[in-house]
Every structure is written in C-alpha cells, then in structure tokens.
Design a protein. Structure first.
Length: 187
C-alpha cells in the first residue's frame, strides 16, 4: 500500500510540474538595460521603477550644435491610466506631442524659456522616485534630457508622481514644456 501511495504522489508531482508554464524570459532586454553604471563605475541592480523609466522612449539625439539638447516628458497614471500625454522638444525647434499632434517647428523665441530652464537645472537633483503607492490615481511623470557637451551626449532622467513632486526646477521645466505643447496644439 505504501508503494502505491508513493507512486501516486510522484506521478501527481510530476504532472503538476509539467503543467506549469515556464517563466518567460525578458525579451529584448540587454544587461545594459538591467544594470546602470553609477559614478564610481560599479554596476548596481536597477529597481523596478528605474527599469520602467529606462523603457520610456528616449528623446532623439540632440542636434549637432554645442550645448544642443532634446527633452521628452512622458506621463502615465491618473484616472484613465494614460496620464496627460507626452511632449518631445529639441533645441532646433522640433517638437512632437502625444496623444494629440502638435504643430512643429517651434520658433526660437518660444524655446528660450525652456532652454534657460534646462541650463539652470543641469546640476540639480535628477531623481528616479519609486511610485509612492499612496495615490492610485496620481499622474506619474518621467523626463529624459539629452544634452550635447562637446563630443559627449549626457543623459539626465527623473521621475515622480503627484504625491511626491520633484524639485521646483523640474516642476517648472515640466510646466514650460506642457504649456508649449498646449500652445502648439491649439494652432
């Protein structure tokens, strides 16, 4: 009797193992996307919210001029889950918006406040905040800035939700970018 029980248990366990779905492999992700190099060149594990921010579409490469930049704000969450849209702007006046299209190019005079704001926050705190979990309908904002510094293109990233806003400088840059988007969409 004991042998039958043992055989039945082994058969049942084997069936359970065979019926389980294999764990899916992370398709299309490289080690570089899963690891981030920090200032001292040591690699560290990226948290889930940093990985999500890394998956956000990057702004295009900045134009070739010195100190040129490209900037992308992307939002998610809110009551609908899709945020309040996105905006991508570059120092040469190119602009794209989502979900509604916006007029492009942008006149240099309209870009000056954004450019001045970018210049003032380059050394500010760019922090990828984890979602707070306090507010289920908060809008989550992620920003990526690429700025040409000589032959090098530096990338800055920050993210936050409405329950824990970023520095005043990043809030102002977001306000300027979305106001420019609103003005361009109305045309």
């Amino acid at each position: 009797m004991r042998a039958r029980t043992l055989i039945a248990t082994v058969a049942l366990a084997g069936t359970t193992v065979l019926a389980q779905e294999p764990t899916p492999k992370p398709e299309g992700r490289t080690i570089g996307q899963l690891l981030q190099v920090v200032g001292d060149s040591k690699a560290r594990t990226v948290t889930a919210h940093e990985a999500a921010a890394a998956q956000m579409p990057e702004p295009p490469e900045p134009p070739g001029a010195a100190n040129a930049w490209s900037l992308r704000f992307h939002t998610t969450g809110g009551f609908t889950g899709v945020g309040v849209g996105s905006v991508t702007i570059s120092s040469d006046g190119q602009m794209s918006c989502g979900p509604a299209p916006c007029a492009t190019p942008v006149a240099p005079a309209l870009l000056n406040p954004v450019a001045m704001s970018i210049a003032s926050i380059l050394e500010a705190a760019w922090v990828l905040q984890a979602p707070s979990g306090v507010c289920m309908d908060c809008v989550r904002t992620t920003v990526a800035l690429k700025r040409r510094d000589g032959d090098v293109v530096r990338v800055f990233r920050a993210s936050w939700d409405d329950s824990r806003p970023p520095s005043p400088e990043l809030r102002e840059l977001r306000r300027l970018a979305f106001e420019l988007r609103a003005a361009r969409s109305a045309r």
